[in-house]
Write a protein that binds this ligand. Structure first.
Ligand SMILES: NC(=O)c1ccc[n+]([C@@H]2O[C@H](COP(=O)([O-])OP(=O)(O)OC[C@H]3O[C@@H](n4cnc5c(N)ncnc54)[C@H](O)[C@@H]3O)[C@@H](O)[C@H]2O)c1
Ligand SMILES: [Zn+2]
Length: 263
């Protein structure tokens, strides 16, 4: 992904549980300090191997937030700041977001604002976060009066999307992520739409090879758009295709009743 601040890679793998994810990300950690931010659903699934592998080379602390969009707020951001302050972590710290879009958006915003900006790495574990929220540098939290109203553009040092994490994702969340995949086909590439029709059953059956190919194409499209228009003053708004109606449904049916992708 080419951005004004720096360029960074998106690495797509499919064996998080065998190979430790740490091998991929260690080269992108510059200092000695690491704070892994995750939530109480993802932590029991993926935290331990990552944490123990990183502990071989770094001082590693963990911040486990409650799971849910309703916790995407300033209280959770303060929990991240508290963890950083208690450990006397400084500007050399690297934050690692391990989870879906909610964890990624909050971790990115905490990284953008702690000490006026520190490095962070995205390890997205939902399909939606792998194809959309982890790429492009939009970070933030909700305000009681509106979603994503407080935030910053802040780019990660790298993104590691491991397809095997999708094996534990609830099927509804997988389908909601597929909605964003279909969105890219509709706005960018009719041939990709045909490809999706041919491969949809395989993706729903969790064929990790096919899912990886789909994630790669979506990330290429998003990287291309972000390179042209990082701050959404023009072409990046295309990524909001379908979202005008979707947001109405989400707002009026109550957040949580409809997933974003379903809406
Ligand atoms: N920054 C951006 O550009 C951007 C773009 C799109 C969406 N978003 C934001 O992303 C958020 C939605 O992200 P999301 O759909 O990933 O939701 P989410 O982060 O809430 O994750 C959905 C659920 O799946 C759980 N989960 C995550 N990974 C799992 C795994 N591997 N196995 C089992 N359970 C797992 C989570 O704990 C959660 O309960 C919203 O807050 C939205 O505003 C941001
Ligand atoms: Zn969306």
């Amino acid at each position: 992904v080419k951005t004004q601040s720096h360029d960074y890679p998106i690495v797509i793998t499919k064996d998080a549980r065998k190979l430790s994810m740490s091998e991929q990300i260690v080269p992108f950690i510059s200092g000695q300090q690491v704070l892994i931010v995750t939530n109480d659903t993802v932590a029991p699934l993926y935290l331990q191997p990552l944490q123990s592998a990183l502990e071989k080379s770094f001082t590693v602390k963990v911040c486990i937030l409650p799971d849910g969009e309703q916790y995407k707020n300033q209280t959770s951001i303060n929990q991240i700041y508290d963890a950083l302050m208690i450990e006397h972590f400084n500007r050399d710290v690297t934050l690692i977001a391990l989870g879906g879009g909610v964890v990624g958006d909050m971790t990115g915003f905490a990284a953008a604002s702690f000490m006026r900006g520190v490095n962070f790495i995205q390890i997205p574990t939902t399909l939606l976060s792998q194809v959309d929220s982890s790429v492009g540098g939009k970070t933030g939290i909700n305000h009681p009066q509106g979603k994503n109203m407080i935030g910053a553009f802040w780019q990660p040092q790298m993104v590691l999307a491991d397809m095997s994490t999708l094996q534990t994702l609830p099927p509804r969340e997988l389908s909601a992520g597929l909605a964003e995949v279909i969105k890219y086909a509709l706005i960018m590439d009719a041939d990709f739409l045909t490809w999706l029709e041919d491969n949809m059953a395989a993706m729903i059956a969790l064929d990790l090879e096919i899912l990886g190919q789909a994630v790669q194409r979506c990330c290429e499209y998003k990287a291309d758009i972000v390179a042209q228009d990082e701050r959404e003053s023009g072409v990046r708004a295309l990524l909001n295709f379908g979202h005008t109606f979707g947001h109405v449904i989400e707002t009026h049916e109550g957040y949580g009743n409809w997933l974003h992708g379903e809406a």
